[in-house]
Design a protein. Sequence first.
Length: 444
Amino acid sequence: MVKNHLSRRSHLKVLASSLAFPFIARESWAKISPNETVNHASFGGSGMAGTDLGQIKRHPNVKVRAIAEIDPTRRKRAEKQFPGIKIYADWRELLQKEGKSLDSVNISTPDHMHAIMGISAMQRGIHVYGQKPLTHGISEARALSGFASKTKLITQMGIQIHSSKEYRTAVGIVHSGIIGRVKAAHLFSGKRWGDSALKPSHKDPVPDGLDWDAWVGPAPFTDYIKGYYHPGQWRKRLHYGTGTFGDMGCHIYDPMFKALGLTYPLSVHSEGPPPNRDNWGFDSKIHYLFPQTQYSVGKELPFTWYDGNASPAQKVVDLLEGTKVPSQGSIVIGTKGVMLLPHVGMPSLYPKKKFPGTPFKIVEGVNHWHQFIDAIRDSGKKPSAHFDYAGPLTESVLLGGIATRFPNQTLTWDAEKLSFKGNEKATELISRKYREGWEMDGLG
């Protein structure tokens, strides 16, 4: 049964109890017996949320208690896909009414809602599976990862390829030393989540049953424009999505982030076009320098990100000996060889004469969603994409977005102070001001 969406007055009442909810200690944080059921809810009821929830629901020890879905069409779809489950139009009402009985939630919504949903759930002692990117903003990512670490809640970011055979094998290749120590990596996606035009000046009627104010949430308010934001184009918009790097960067950076043990970059430099007032740009070329790790060579490790029509230089492509470059993936250059890792596909090594056949161990995959549930039931096992890992990964990816606003400038990152050295304008973009009525301590 669908719960009615909230009035504006009701919104403010629920905000008071849900967004400013005090920190609650729960015995269940420590451990749920392996024989007990994990009570779960979903923020989002279709699209990626449907995928996440469908996978989580298949775990034999999970009971899905409720779904929050703001879109009336998607609510109807969720009712058919998940019969008998309580469905709310507003996630805050779900937390208010169901929160005490929940052990976990998945957050599978537009990027701008990730942080406020995540911290609201965690403040109630609820374990969180959060879609990538972890948050829309950098300070938000630091806040969520810090809170999860402090409370020892079980968390997992939705980079499911992280647990796949393909990416786990790539990590194993680097750790084995077969391509030597890594000298550089080139990461790319042919997607073009951007828009060179400005926002249209008109507005359209809000569809019946869609609470547009709640969809906008903590972001700056904008009038509803049919098809411009919801359901599929929000990734292009500065205040709601995070462009191609936010969409695909957390996936494609992940295997080398894991393999090399990376945390925060030293600097970032964009050569691509900047965003305009409303939308992200595309065809990005963003240079990162990371500090050396035990699996890399040289004091600084260069990573380069390309999206849209931007692509690695021909001299890099030539290392693949005529192999067609996939639309998304990475080329990792080591001291003894080169690895091509498609997104999603098994890695291959070059030169081919040096690496005939399959000269590496294949590492079997695990279920990314079930790993999260299993960790809740046995708190001694931490999921591999927990927020302590996902936070720095997300921060690094989102730093590229900030760099695009300062083309052809090198931004030096001070991770400890969460600021750019000598660049106040760039530092101002680390945090964002939440819309009145949506403010929350620890976020922004």
